[in-house]
Design a protein. Sequence first.
Length: 311
Amino acid sequence: MTLSTGAQQGETRRDPRIHSLTALTWRRFVRHRMAVFSIGLLALVLASALAAPLSRYSPTEQNPANDLQPPTAEHWFGTDDLGRDVFTRALYGGRISLTVGLAATLLSLLVGVAVGALSGYFGGWIDNVLMRITDAFLSLPSLFVLILVSTVLRDLPALNLRNSVVVVILVIALLSWMWPARLVRGAFLSLRAHDFTLAARSVGVGHARIMARHILPNTVSLVIVQGTLSIAYAIIVESGLSYLGFGIQPPTPSWGNLLSTAQVYALRAPWLMIFPGLMIFLTTISINHIGDGLRDAFDPFSVRTTHTKDR
């Protein structure tokens, strides 16, 4: 009986499903209850945005005779000043805001990871030049530059981007790549001196292969956590730009310009600002909690602690 129990324990210890890094990381993430709950909440927001075309109302269809109606069974979020269904417009606005958040984050991560990797790996004058450029962008007044660049891009007739989502994505990415660049640079500065990097260099492995195959995979956790937090930041920035009139322009709905329209009727029809604002709040707070959960899950000390307790 003792031998059988010992053999079972030995098999358990050798089971890769239990002791793999992925399993430990997942178990650590699941313990973050708010992060797990936030995944469900964010999935609900994403599903509702994707299901927007199923609504029986059009986001631009006007019905002045039914303007500023409070929430009812027919119009769940009420109607706006032109009689448009606010629930439908909030769903379509979510498609725009979430698209901007994801696309701007991906673009900023691509630029930031590339700059940080080159700077951290090569060091020297390359590091100095790239970091001084990064510092210059960090020193810019963000809101002023966002408004200025957005206005300039829209007024270029050759680009024909008067009411394009591309403008907002480019503007947000332009001023958000610096944080992942600094984060990745720090990781590369540390990892380039490790034994596995020195061993690869000693056998003649090229710089590009060392960066892509040996160092970059070890920074994935940092990039993922930074990316989740950047999505929430991009959504808030887009909403702010649209609220000020420099982002997504009506009649295309976004959460930001829905709030901009609602400010005139804040006292008369408060539902116009409550529901879009609630969508922004729920989305950003969910993404932030997911980012916190991923940060804890990818923490090497936390993973080692969990592994020790299991043993």
